[in-house]
Design a protein around this ligand. Structure first.
Ligand code: XIL
Length: 382
């Protein structure tokens, strides 16, 4: 009613069009709701970037400190469970599912107006051995395929309508010369485990966007192999909607040209492109990708007392160049998700060895770093 009075107030007396609009608005409250949706200028990442693409953070679960929840709600529009929806925690034994962590996360996300991206249905890591064993012997194709389908039906079915997307298959492409990574999945089922996983995911959840997710697929051989995989899946009419470029990069070495080429190439194949696990390592490591099995020795901890101003600037520059690229290709990018909410929560503090990392936009006190300020400023200008 208040709206109607305002509308009537600006109408020239006798304006039939305005009168008509006012009557329609009374009959259709959605019109009023739409009018009230003015952008909130609270200065968070999501208010700056949210209209271009979803902006997210991986979180361990619902059990966060109040200040962390406040940081999450201010800056992010979507979350990814860091571990609790992976096969190991969610399906520890055949037929026994544990949805506690995932359910709590979904409930918290919903209460804060955040969407959820399921991660991940099929992966060679954090996947229990029972999938691949039959009475103490290696299980055959039919049994493993049946178990994989059951797993996907149960998990994606349970979260159907509650997640916006799924990383259906994670890291299936070989880092070396081969096409697909040699894993228990390929050994037991064969290369078509990927197609079968997507088919099962679509059956279980008719609406979620279904992604293939991997690291280092922006460049070199892995980009070509990803394109081959997408084309093969499309040829077989397999329901795939997008590709997730994980984005575990290293300071001073972010492969911007490759990233751009990959975004363009995947999109040209009809894929939505998401950056699913963004972080920029500031402590040098020898692993160039993000193979969780890669471990390194060393006790070096150069930034245990904090980042130097020079390194803060380097990190800010890298993040700014990246977000310039994301903005340039906003029509192709569905989501950009950081792998962690703040530096204290980053997996890079323990992978590939223990060290004090500073790979995200917010520091351990949850304060925005120069990188955050710079990314925010860039978004506001554009
Ligand atoms: C990592 C988690 O962050 C860690 O807590 C866990 O110990 C190992 O897995 N690529 C992925 C993610 O797809 O699932 C990984 O997450 C990081 C690399």
């Amino acid at each position: 009613m208040k709206k109607r009075v305002r509308m009537m107030g600006v109408a020239k007396p006798g304006s039939i069009l305005i009168e008509l609009l006012a009557v329609m608005a009374m009959m259709c409250p959605a019109m009023l709701v739409a009018q009230d949706k003015a952008p909130t200028a609270d200065g968070g990442l999501k208010s700056v970037y949210g209209k271009r693409f979803a902006i997210g953070a991986a979180i361990p679960g619902a059990d966060l400190k109040n200040e962390e929840i406040a940081l999450l709600s201010k800056h992010f529009s979507t979350v990814t469970p860091e571990n609790c929806m992976k096969p190991e925690p969610i399906h520890p034994e055949e037929g026994r599912y544990d949805f506690t962590g995932g359910d709590a996360l979904v409930k918290m996300a919903q209460s804060k107006g955040l969407t959820v991206n399921g991660h991940t249905l099929v992966w060679h890591y954090q996947c229990p051995d029972w999938f691949f064993v039959d009475n103490g012997k290696p299980a055959g194709r039919e049994l493993v395929l049946k178990r994989m389908r059951e797993h996907i039906a149960a998990v994606a079915g349970h979260y159907s309508g509650k997640v916006a997307s799924w990383d259906v298959v994670n890291e299936a492409i070989d880092d070396g010369k081969g096409y697909l990574r040699n894993t228990k999945w390929t050994q037991c089922i064969g290369d078509d485990f990927i197609a079968e996983a997507f088919i099962a995911a679509r059956k279980a959840d008719p609406k979620a966007d279904l992604y293939y997710n991997d690291y280092s697929i922006e460049g070199g051989g892995k980009r070509e192999k990803t394109l081959r995989l997408i084309r093969e899946l499309k040829q077989r009419n397999v329901p795939i909607n997008g590709v997730g470029i994980q984005g575990h990069w290293q300071v001073g070495r972010v492969p911007l040209k490759d990233i751009e080429a990959a975004i363009v190439a995947f999109h040209a194949e009809g894929m939505k492109v998401a950056i699913t696990e963004l972080d920029i390592d500031v402590v040098s490591r020898s692993a160039s990708g993000a193979n969780v099995n890669a471990r390194e020795k060393g006790a070096d901890d150069p930034f245990v007392d904090g980042l130097t101003p020079e390194m803060q600037k380097k990190l800010a520059d890298d993040y700014t160049r990246l977000f310039e690229l994301f903005l340039k290709h906003r029509d192709k990018i569905s989501r950009v998700t950081f792998w962690g909410l703040h530096d204290g929560r980053s997996w890079l503090n323990s992978w590939p060895r223990k060290r004090t990392n500073h790979a995200l936009l917010f520091d351990r006190s949850l304060q925005p770093k120069p990188a955050a300020e710079s990314v925010l400023e860039l978004g506001r200008k554009q």
